[in-house]
Design a protein around this ligand. Structure first.
Ligand SMILES: *Cc1c(COP(=O)(O)O)cnc(C)c1O
Length: 418
């Protein structure tokens, strides 16, 4: 469920017409619904209430400060994967004790910043990293919490680029190495190695790979007699993009709650897409319709630099006209919706049936709230559009559109070339 719905053939975000917002905000822009965001966070919280987990929103899915602040204000923790995300997390007012930090390539400066802030856990991904964190903690005279990220070697049915829990992926540690680390805890006097972490992939539609992975980890802890008090089960819950039928938070909880309860461990979850995905859309405008002997192209002013998921993962995003004309079904035709970028791979949707849309018509790319703006770029030197959030019966610009000047920020022509 989300708050982007049609009333009288007009797309609304909550109670505001998307077309009205587009009167004062230039396209392309991202539009977020506060209510959808918070509803999804609460769905997870409610489903898992019996074990009262810490829900750390995955910042990489949507790192706009207003989005982070909204979730933090409603009680969420944050899952970060870089110093930049940690910086944004702090600006959003998160409590240090609700931050977890994963990623295979943490830099020393980033580790230092996170220790100084006093985050809850580092999810460590290699033995070398563990040794380096020990050294830094020693230098800073701090005691640091560590969870070992385990790669449980399960194969979730998802795009190969977003499966992270297979044996051959770069993430996490195999059971044997994890065991070795737990057995050599004494080598790390400044570390409390007291958690395990998994994150097996993204856009996973059923609980089966999760239960398999959780079982594997719990059996491992038991058979090796490893004592920990935290189990971070990661994120990865899938959402509806087209015809998927993903588990609800409730049914997901129902499948794994018994296992988690029995473990008596403190549980952390790191959903990203589940919370932010359906909370945002990309609003773009038709520039031209181009008919070639083979195909018809709707050329819009948003492209792969704004939303790269279709190009990168062959991801499907529903594309709808913001205003449906009465006669439209009669004139629907098969089109490719493409952006202005000079790349054949620049498309938002292929082989879609859309009504004829005159120049200037608004088009919404749905379910673009996760891995949308955060993966955007300035490719083709295109300034990024604004991010806007509807809260109650008002809308707020939560990030201004970039200007040409922003495109050259920090660039220097050496004196010798002047
Ligand atoms: C990306 C990521 C997540 C969030 O994944 P979603 O599929 O968006 O829920 C959670 N944990 C870690 C460690 C991640 O890298």
């Amino acid at each position: 469920m989300h708050e982007f719905n049609f009333k009288d053939n007009e797309l609304y975000c909550e109670n505001i017409k998307v077309a009205d917002i587009a009167k004062s905000v230039a396209t392309p822009f991202y539009l977020y619904s506060y209510k959808t965001l918070i509803d999804h966070y609460r769905k997870i919280k409610t489903a898992f209430r019996p074990i009262d987990p810490l829900v750390c929103f995955s910042v990489k899915s949507n790192s706009n400060l207003a989005v982070l602040r909204a979730l933090v204000k409603n009680g969420a923790g944050l899952d970060v994967v870089s110093g930049g995300e940690l910086y944004k997390a702090k600006l959003a007012g998160v409590k240090a004790g609700k931050v977890v930090y994963a990623g295979v390539g943490k830099k020393h400066s980033e580790i230092e910043e996170a220790i100084e802030f006093g985050i809850l856990f580092f999810n460590i991904e290699s033995e070398e990293e563990l040794g380096d964190i020990e050294k830094i903690a020693n230098r800073l005279k701090k005691k640091v919490n560590i969870a070992v990220r385990i790669n449980p070697d399960v194969i979730p049915k998802t795009h190969r680029y977003i499966a992270t829990g297979k044996g051959e992926s770069k993430f996490g540690l195999d059971f044997e190495t994890a065991h070795k680390i737990f057995n050599s805890r004494w080598k790390y006097p400044h570390l409390n190695i007291r958690g395990v972490h998994i994150h097996i992939g993204s856009q996973i539609l059923n609980a089966e790979p999760f239960t398999t992975a959780i079982r594997k980890v719990l059996e491992f802890l038991k058979s090796c007699k490893i004592e920990v008090d935290y189990f971070n089960i990661g994120g990865g819950l899938g959402i509806v993009y087209s015809i998927e039928n993903p588990q609800t938070a409730k049914s997901f909880a129902k499948s794994i709650l018994p296992l988690l309860k029995k473990s008596k461990l403190n549980i952390i979850l790191e959903p990203g897409r589940f919370i932010s995905g359906n909370s945002g859309i990309l609003v773009t405008k038709v520039l031209y319709t181009k008919r070639t002997p083979r195909k018809t192209f709707i050329i819009v002013d948003g492209g792969m630099s704004d939303l790269i998921r279709p190009s990168l993962y062959e991801a499907y995003h529903k594309i709808v006209p913001v205003r449906v004309r009465q006669d439209s079904s009669a004139t629907a035709e098969r089109v490719d919706v493409v952006g202005p970028i000079c790349e054949t791979g620049d498309f938002l949707g292929k082989d879609r049936y859309l009504p004829r849309m005159p120049k200037g018509s608004l088009v919404a790319v749905m379910a673009a709230g996760a891995y949308g703006f955060t993966m955007s770029s300035n490719y083709n030197s295109r300034p990024r559009g604004a991010e806007v959030m509807v809260i109650g019966n008002k809308f707020y610009t939560v990030k201004e559109a970039e200007s040409y000047k922003d495109l050259v920020h920090g660039e220097i022509i050496p004196r010798i070339l002047r």
